[in-house]
Design a protein around this ligand. Structure first.
Ligand code: PBG
Ligand code: ZN
Length: 329
């Protein structure tokens, strides 16, 4: 033997040692549960591309939120499916719209549950884009500055209904500052903003667009969501949102963008980071598990721990309730 062997395996030799030096932990408080709410009563409409996830009427949403709460999931993010869509996405900012009704019902039934309102227009616009659309013949444009006021109105309506946190997911420029000012002016200085700061123009959103019935009717989102190839630009997006007042920044999707999460963590050591484990990531695991190709429990926990290890504090995930149960053992 000419060189000494470094015995890395010593510290792996015993479960107590292994858990003593474990670097990353996953617990229910690290997970936010995304939920879909629609009109009706007693409705639980399964989302076919997202097994185990449903469009729920408000009464069922309240029940399901309680189930999540009881396994330790204390926060959820809400997406609404309106009855009527229009050009300007009016129901997004209507006080009696689906989202405001759902927020009020949730806060009344389970006041300790943190309710995060996703703020965007795409579920409410007839064209399915996240902002105001100007059309000229075949060409169309998603108009940035006209959209800002509608987003601020949406944020305010949700805050008035009782939302604890506002999460803008539209990717218009300047919306964090715009929404922050609007909230402050109306006395909502203490409502945090979770910004989808680095949101990529990803094909992993496919199942979500079925779930929220918000697919664009023409074109795509590549003029406002980020190019999937860009990492440095993500740092700039995050820097801007922090400057404008974001309290937490979200990277989305999560698994194919772990490098982005890690870079954001290194560049901004003190900002809380969220990672959105999106619908397509969820669907892939579900499909493989249904075929018996992967062990669902183990792969889900490994995935979520990887997303934490990359540098995120909190994970938005459809696996939240199952994962919380598995963590309880
Ligand atoms: C739209 C929005 C999207 C998601 C959340 N809000 C997707 C999109 O841009 O079409 C995706 C979430 C998921 O895939 O789970 N503002
Ligand atoms: Zn949108």
């Amino acid at each position: 033997m000419t060189f000494p062997i470094t015995r890395m395996r010593r510290m792996r030799s015993n479960p107590v040692l292994r858990s003593m030096v474990r670097e990353t932990h996953l617990a229910p408080e690290h997970m936010i549960y995304p939920m879909f709410v629609r009109y009706g009563e007693g409705e639980r409409r399964p989302i076919s591309s997202m097994p185990g996830q449903f469009q729920l009427s408000i009464d069922e949403l309240v029940k399901e939120a309680r189930v999540a709460y009881d396994v330790g999931i204390r926060s959820l993010i809400l997406f609404g499916i309106p009855n009527e869509k229009d050009e300007m996405g009016s129901e997004a900012y209507a006080d009696d719209g689906i989202i405001c009704r759902a927020i009020r019902a949730l806060k009344e039934a389970t006041p300790d549950l943190l309710v995060i309102a996703d703020v965007c227009l795409c579920e409410y616009t007839s064209h399915g884009h996240c902002g105001v659309v100007h059309k000229a013949g075949e060409e169309f444009q998603v108009v940035n500055d006209l959209t800002l006021d509608l987003l601020a109105k949406t944020a305010l309506a949700s805050a008035k209904a009782g939302a604890d946190v506002i999460a803008p997911s539209d990717m218009m420029d300047g919306r964090i500052g715009h929404i922050r000012i609007a909230l402050d002016q109306d006395g909502y200085q203490d409502i945090p903003i979770f910004s989808y700061a680095a949101k990529f123009s990803s094909s992993y959103y496919g199942p979500f667009r079925d779930a929220a019935e918000g697919a664009p009717q023409f074109g795509d989102r590549s003029t406002y969501q980020m190019d999937i190839c860009n990492g440095r630009e993500a740092i700039r997006e995050v820097a801007l949102d922090i400057e404008e007042g974001a309290d937490l920044v979200i990277v989305k999707p999560a698994l194919p963008y772990l490098d982005i999460i890690s870079q954001v963590r290194q560049n901004f050591p003190s900002i809380p980071i969220g990672a959105y484990n999106v619908s397509g990531e969820f669907a892939m695991i579900k499909a493989a598990a249904a075929n018996g190709w992967l062990n669902e429990e183990k792969v889900v926990l490994e995935t979520l721990k990887s997303i934490r290890r990359a540098g995120s504090d909190v994970i938005l995930t459809y696996h939240a309730v199952d994962a919380a149960r598995w963590l309880q053992g």
